[in-house]
Design a protein around this ligand. Structure first.
Ligand SMILES: Cc1cc2nc3c(=O)[nH]c(=O)nc-3n(C[C@H](O)[C@H](O)[C@H](O)COP(=O)(O)OP(=O)(O)OC[C@H]3O[C@@H](n4cnc5c(N)ncnc54)[C@H](O)[C@@H]3O)c2cc1C
Length: 1003
């Protein structure tokens, strides 16, 4: 790279000279936009508020709503221009209609700066102007996020219409350079693959390809007939592999194999971009026809970083800006070196990146007519002009669409333009020197900790990365975007299938115990398949288990906290090693989709690791008040024998969570898994045995809840019952545990987590792209069988028609089937009893409400329930009050927010709730007024993460305990205080110790 530096500088200087001949500020439109951007760059808080306001604006129709939002977003500005904004808000309140429209007009002006036209006719005017300036075009259809197949089909139709129109209208247009014209058709269409299929699942590229290819072929055929070029844009990392595979598959088909006018994007900010590029080149050599690559840095950097951080994945993107710049140059060279097979387009506004491409091409002797620079509409106008003047080929990326879908695009552009690290801001706003802008990025990459990423710090100085004291890092989820993970899961499914039908004994006092009867655990997708036969415990086995646990407890209670924590950590290690196998087993035994099954295993690992970490903190006796002459410590003792009764819906996580909480706090455990997931319970037992759990400390005792379970709940030697399950059983346990039996040592303690009838509210200004996707996931993910699932959807009147239309279409597009198939999102319900029960509710619903949607195409075999949506539901109706635990959603229309909250809070449950809104004031109300243990704003109401979202409800949803929270373990222990008078005849040490070890009996 270094050898090219003088030439890069020379060319860069030349571009700058030309740019300076026609000076233009970064934000070319004067007035409102320019002022807003200038403020945004000065003040991060203002920027966030402004971009959020822009994001919501298009969905607001009334002037008064616009003013209301303006007030909410800006009225509390704390800086120098606060008075200005306050005056504006005051004025707007007086004349809301005029102010609202004025604002909309101004923001529309901002959007128009980046959107080349509202429709094909409109965009043509822009394209004509550019043509006169010697600039070509590629058009991109803006659209809302596609949540249903209907929307995807509409997008495909619009693509065809746009092609048709442009083909016709530009028939007599000629190439601006008049050279190498065969490589660069005039009409160039950029397509976003995710807009053509609503159910793209990273785990299942084959399904995506199977659905996308038939939609794309007619577009490609027409494009070819019209002599147009089609480019596949690249979106988030989750879609990258599917997009690449689709591209390679389609253009290898005999019909398209000899067609050169197709291209794809490579994102240089990705660490694996070079591998992908080499793979594409290899593919092209096999294909034998040239094709196009648009090299960009990438538009989703913040998103990828956030998503990876949340899921514990390695970052797929570089973390230092100069690393992306260096990679862009590396890939530029490779593309140009392969000019014989690749037509290169460099998508960048960065003069250094552009000058490098020029210098590199020159060195390789490639004529400047044989590659092109692509820049975005509304950005870096002077750079485009300079490039044209230098005789280079320039194409402008021209988005077409309406304001509402355009807002997401506008916000992306605003972010890019105001980014601290961006070239445009540095050059056009901060006037960074040309020398600096043209430096070799390789010299700017630093080798620091965090890969050069600065730790973010909040206003009060606390690190935003890790809250003080919270050092727990969650176990990562498996990222099924990687083919090796897909393969591992497929192999695990094949392997586990060979193990089905085995027999599993009870484990009591470390011994395997067989009984006369067994429980058959069956595969709900295919009820003829037995997953395993599990020995069934009766009363005699229960008695043996209590005795074994009692004996083991007396030893375990005196083992050190460290020993207990290490047991849990070893268990987590084993789960990690067996992760895919355990997930596969869940697919068979409880009908979980891949990602759901993996999430369950991840949660189980998190429980082990998080509780171990918490116990290390809690296990230290805590000095109470510092009083001279006296030493008082509070610490905790275990309660005794714990009975763990778990459900089947999170078969590993909940069983493991309650069990590990009991063990790490020093209790002995009798573990009763649900009958439907008893084989997974056996696996947990196996894992703990391998981890070295002492005999008798953990006993595996599947059996009938009503017989053996009830017996143990009542048992005088059982001190603690941790239960998660239905309200009916929970209340029975609660009542029974309240009675004191003869010989009972202490009060029984009950930890009881029960059901929910969770509501999601969609406010009138909500972002429907998100609200619909997240609601569908919350309601139908794992077939609605999560206690946190959304079963009531409350939609505000104003947004109701559009929301319901999109919701029903989205539900119609879900993939229902056997979850062995990686792309399936809705599988079977757990068993025949649940199946019958849910169908009964559906029948009630037909009497009580309007059946607005029901899928007709679910498999016959297996316990499949068609996803079902009722509308016109009375909040007092049975289907709106009782827990159904299946894929049935009741939709309720609310007049206003007061009514929506009232409905949401009207059931006897209080587990989870969701609220979608872009009004800061309404969000604050929701935070304060929604009655639920876990309130989620602008996201799905399921998927709690250990440590991050301590989980549990109150009212009839539970006793207020929070699994995965810092105070959960306290429920498994009794507090104890030890006080010593350390005064001797009026003399006491001056200082009291801060820390001491546990109180363990001397050995
Ligand atoms: C015509 C055209 C088409 C495009 N099509 C696509 C597309 O299909 N898919 C797509 O994803 N992008 C696409 N982009 C790219 C994207 O929209 C941005 O415009 C582009 O990344 C900005 O890069 P730059 O070279 O102009 O600016 P620069 O200011 O030099 O680079 C900014 C870029 O650097 C990267 N970056 C920022 N901070 C960091 C950091 N801390 N660590 C590592 N990297 C960082 C980001 O990619 C950011 O966008 C396209 C761009 C153009 C011009």
């Amino acid at each position: 790279m270094g050898a090219l530096q003088p030439e890069i500088e020379r060319r860069g200087q030349r571009i700058f000279e030309l740019v300076d001949e026609y000076p233009e500020p970064l934000f070319s439109k004067a007035g409102f936009y320019q002022r807003m951007m200038a403020l945004s760059m000065r003040d991060e808080y203002f920027k966030v508020q402004l971009f959020r306001f822009v994001d919501v604006l298009a969905s607001l129709h009334r002037g008064s709503d616009i003013v209301q939002h303006l007030d909410e977003y800006f009225a509390d500005m704390r800086n120098g221009y606060a008075p200005l904004i306050r005056t504006g808000v005051r004025a707007a309140r007086i004349v809301p209609w005029i102010s609202g429209q004025l604002l909309r007009w101004n923001v529309s002006g901002m959007a128009r700066q980046f959107i080349a036209g509202r429709n094909p006719q409109d965009v043509l005017k822009t394209l004509r102007k550019r043509r006169a300036q010697g600039i070509g075009f590629t058009v991109d259809l803006l659209g809302e996020a596609v949540v249903s197949e209907q929307e995807a089909n509409e997008y495909a139709t619009r693509c065809l219409e746009l092609l048709e129109y442009l083909g016709r209208e530009t028939r007599d247009w000629t190439d601006p350079l008049g050279k190498s014209t065969e490589l660069f058709p005039v009409v160039n269409l950029s397509v976003k693959i995710s807009a053509l299929y609503s159910q793209m699942n990273p785990a299942d590229p084959a399904d995506a390809i199977a659905h996308l290819a038939p939609k794309l072929r007619p577009i490609l055929r027409r494009a070819r007939d019209l002599g147009a070029f089609v480019n596949f844009d690249m979106e988030s990392y989750a879609h990258k592999n599917s997009t690449l595979e689709l591209f390679k598959m389609l253009f290898m088909e005999s019909e398209f194999r000899d067609w050169p006018d197709v291209g794809i994007v490579v994102q240089a900010y990705l660490r694996d971009a070079e591998d992908d590029l080499q793979d594409l080149l290899e593919w092209a050599r096999q294909r034998g026809t040239r094709f196009g690559i648009r090299l960009v840095k990438g538009a989703y950097w913040d998103f990828e970083k956030i998503k990876s951080r949340q899921n514990g994945w390695p970052y797929p993107v570089f973390l230092q800006k100069p690393e992306s710049d260096v990679n862009f140059e590396v890939l530029t060279r490779i593309m140009l070196e392969n000019e014989a097979i690749v037509t290169s387009a460099f998508g960048s506004h960065n003069v250094r990146s552009i000058a490098h491409a020029q210098a590199c091409a020159e060195k390789l002797g490639i004529d400047r007519s044989r590659f092109e620079f692509q820049l975005l509409y509304g950005m870096a106008g002077p750079v485009k002009r300079a490039l044209v003047e230098m005789g280079y080929r320039v194409r402008e990326y021209s988005p077409v669409g309406e304001l509402l879908p355009g807002m997401a695009y506008l916000v992306r552009r605003l972010l890019e333009n105001t980014s601290n690290e961006g070239f445009l801001r540095a050059k056009f706003s901060e006037n960074v020197s040309e020398d600096e802008l043209l430096r070799d990025p390789a010299n700017l990459v630093t080798q620091g900790r965090n890969g050069g990423v600065q730790v973010e710090v909040s206003a009060n100085g606390a690190s935003l990365d890790t809250p003080p004291g919270d050092t727990y890092e969650n176990a990562p989820l498996v990222n099924f975007v990687y083919p090796e993970n897909q393969t591992r899961m497929l192999n695990a499914l094949a392997h586990v299938r060979t193990q089905l039908g085995q027999k599993y004994p009870l484990v009591i006092n470390g011994e395997r115990v067989w009984t006369d009867t067994t429980i058959a655990s069956i595969n709900p997708s295919s009820p003829d398949d037995v997953v395993g036969h599990v020995a069934e415990a009766g009363i005699p086995e229960a008695e043996r288990a209590v005795k074994a646990a009692r004996d083991a407890f007396e030893k375990w209670r005196w083992t050190s906290v460290e020993t207990r924590c290490r047991l849990l950590e070893r268990a987590a290690d084993i789960m990690h090693r067996r992760r895919f196998e355990l997930s596969a087993l869940e697919v068979y035994e409880v009908g979980k989709a891949w990602a759901e099954a993996d999430g369950d295993i991840r949660e189980a690992m998190d429980f082990c690791l998080f509780y171990a970490q918490q116990m290390r903190l809690l296990g230290r006796p805590r000095l109470t008040q510092h009083v001279l002459g006296e030493e008082s410590y509070q610490h905790y003792w275990p309660r005794g024998v714990a009975m763990i009764i778990a459900p089947w819906n999170f078969p590993m996580a909940i069983l493991c969570g309650m069990t590990t909480a009991a063990l790490v706090t020093g209790n002995a455990v009798i573990m009763k898994p649900a009958e439907q997931s008893a084989v997974i319970g056996a696996m947990l037992m196996e894992i703990f045995e391998e981890a070295g759990v002492p005999p008798g400390l953990l006993n595996y005792l599947p059996g009938k809840g009503s017989v053996m379970g009830a017996h143990l709940v009542d048992h005088k030697d059982v001190d603690l019952i941790a239960f998660t399950g239905s309200r009916e059983v929970g209340l029975r346990i609660f009542e029974s545990a309240g009675k004191t039996r003869e010989g009972q040592r202490q009060l029984k303690h009950v930890i009881c987590e029960m059901g929910g009838k969770n509501a999601v509210i969609i406010d009138s200004d909500a972002d429907l792209d998100e609200a619909i996707v997240d609601t569908i996931y919350s309601a139908f993910g794992y077939q609605g069988q999560k206690c946190s699932a959304c079963s009531r959807l409350i939609i505000l009147d104003e947004i109701y028609p559009r929301a319901i239309e999109r919701l029903l279409n989205a539900a119609a597009s879900l993939r229902v089937g056997n979850p062995e198939d990686p792309g399936v999102t809705v599988g079977p319900v757990i068993d025949g009893k649940a199946h019958k029960n849910i169908l009964g509710y559906i029948e009630s619903g037909k009497q009580e409400a309007r059946l607005a949607f029901q899928r007709g195409d679910v498999p016959d075999k297996g316990f499949f329930i068609p996803p079902t949506i009722f509308t016109n539901v009375d909040p007092r109706a049975k289907i709106a009050c009782e827990e159904i635990f299946g894929p049935v959603l009741s939709v309720i229309r609310a007049r206003d927010l007061d009514e929506a909250f009232e409905i949401a809070n009207s059931t006897e449950f209080a587990l989870t709730a969701g609220f979608f809104s872009r009004s800061p004031a309404n969000i604050e109300r929701a935070k304060a007024e929604i009655v639920a243990g876990n309130v989620y704003i602008n996201r799905s109401c399921t998927g709690a993460v250990v440590g991050r979202h301590p989980f549990g409800g109150f009212k009839m949803s539970g006793g207020g305990t929070k699994a995965g929270g810092v105070d959960y373990l306290l429920h498994f222990m009794v507090p104890r205080v030890v006080t010593e008078n350390i005064t001797r005849h009026g003399f006491a040490p001056e200082t009291t110790p801060q820390y001491r070890d546990e109180f363990l009996p001397p050995r």
